[in-house]
Design a protein around this ligand. Structure first.
Ligand SMILES: [Zn+2]
Ligand SMILES: [Zn+2]
Length: 386
């Protein structure tokens, strides 16, 4: 089968690799019809993770079931399914509590919880930027989609259930958002946009979003968010102005460890410290941007060891609360799917490009450069452009 293979920093190619196949009786095999490039793929693409050369990328996957293992009873051949990026077992102590991002059995690395497709440090699993995908524990992991998911246009909505929409929603959940709250979101990439979209659906009174790419800020404005361009103004000052000097009720971090200033200099603590300043006393912050335990390639000495200079004094003084970590997609995907099915939500509004698998390497280049108009890239490995 053809697949997007990581070879080293900024080196990926589409190669012929052995077909994904059923390896255990609980597996499901999916022919991938729609898959996305994610912002977190870019950390790997840039060589800033422990991603091993030869691995197949892609953790936001949707397709048709083409084969099921002998121990699979619910999922059937022909079902259209969307896979949470988390690979989880359903029976461990964490999965039982709904913490599928921290599954205790699917990552073979001792002492590490959580697994994902085609992701550094998240187990040996191949990604779905490929023609075929092996799904472990298929009965548990597959979200079986409504019939209209056979339609290519609709797949662009449903594929967002694999990661970015639940993750954006999770940012607002970690921030304990309630109807009527004001929310400030740092990062207007796909996840930040989905956090803004979620905040709107959840009844925020005011959604402010901080970034500097005009095309992405314009996307946020399309759904009624207030765009704040941090290359033109202090985002903290602007949030204070917009909130009567109090700060936002809730804050979301949707940038991660490669946060950088408008001049391009990385400061892994920048968005977190700006959030402490932008959120009111006793406010709440949700962090879904990716941070990693060690980053030898970091230009920041502290962060080489995964540490940041966090403004803990002000955070404590303001009595704020922070929640963070990867999203357990299964907490949200079934409910959010219903919002798509009934037409209440159209998360495909973030999609800017649809590519064939062969075009993936150039898609990575454009998306990595944050080229104008490259907001969210969808790939169709079955050849069609949609
Ligand atoms: Zn993702
Ligand atoms: Zn588990």
């Amino acid at each position: 089968m053809k697949a997007v293979v990581y070879a080293g920093p900024r080196q990926i190619s589409v190669q012929d690799v052995p077909d994904a196949r059923i390896e255990r009786p609980t597996d499901v095999l999916v022919r991938v019809t729609t898959t996305n490039i994610c912002g977190s793929d870019l950390h790997m693409y840039e060589g800033r993770t422990t991603m091993e050369p030869g691995r197949v990328l892609g953790h936001e996957n949707l397709g048709e079931v083409v084969e099921v293992g002998s121990a699979v009873d619910r999922v059937r051949v022909g079902d259209m399914v969307c896979l949470p990026f988390n690979i989880s077992c359903g029976f461990c102590a964490n999965c039982e509590k709904g913490l599928t991002a921290f599954c205790l059995t699917t990552n073979p690395e001792p002492g590490i919880a959580g697994a994902a497709y085609g992701f550094a440090g998240m187990g040996p699993y191949s990604g779905g930027q490929a023609e075929l995908l092996r799904v472990p524990y298929g009965d548990f992991n597959c979200l079986v989609l409504p019939e209209d998911a056979r339609d290519r246009e609709r797949q662009k909505d449903y594929v967002m259930l694999a990661d970015i929409w639940p993750t954006g929603w999770h940012a607002t959940q970690l921030a304990r958002m309630r109807a009527g709250d004001s929310v400030v979101i740092y990062g207007s990439g796909p996840v930040g946009l989905m956090a803004a979209y979620s905040a709107m659906i959840r009844g925020a009174s005011q959604v402010m979003i901080v970034d500097r790419h005009p095309d992405r800020l314009a996307k946020a404005e399309e759904i009624g968010a207030i765009a704040i361009d941090d290359s033109r103004t202090s985002p903290v000052d602007r949030v204070m102005e917009l909130t009567g000097g109090h700060g936002a009720d809730r804050g979301c971090e949707c940038v991660g460890f490669q946060a950088h200033d408008p001049q391009g200099v990385e400061h892994p603590n920048m968005t977190l410290n700006n959030l402490v300043k932008s959120v009111k006393f006793a406010g709440t912050i949700g962090v879904v941007g990716v941070f990693i335990p060690t980053d030898p390639g970091s230009p920041d000495d502290l962060y080489k060891q995964g540490e940041i200079a966090f403004d803990y004094g002000m955070f404590w003084f303001k009595g704020q609360t922070i929640g963070n970590g990867q999203c357990s997609v299964k907490n949200y995907n079934r409910q959010l799917c219903r919002l798509i099915e009934t037409g209440r939500a159209r998360p495909s509004w973030v999609v800017s490009q649809e590519l064939r698998l062969d075009d993936a390497p150039s898609g990575y280049e454009h998306f990595d450069r944050r080229d104008d108009g490259w907001t969210k890239v969808v790939i169709h490995p079955d050849g069609s452009r949609g």
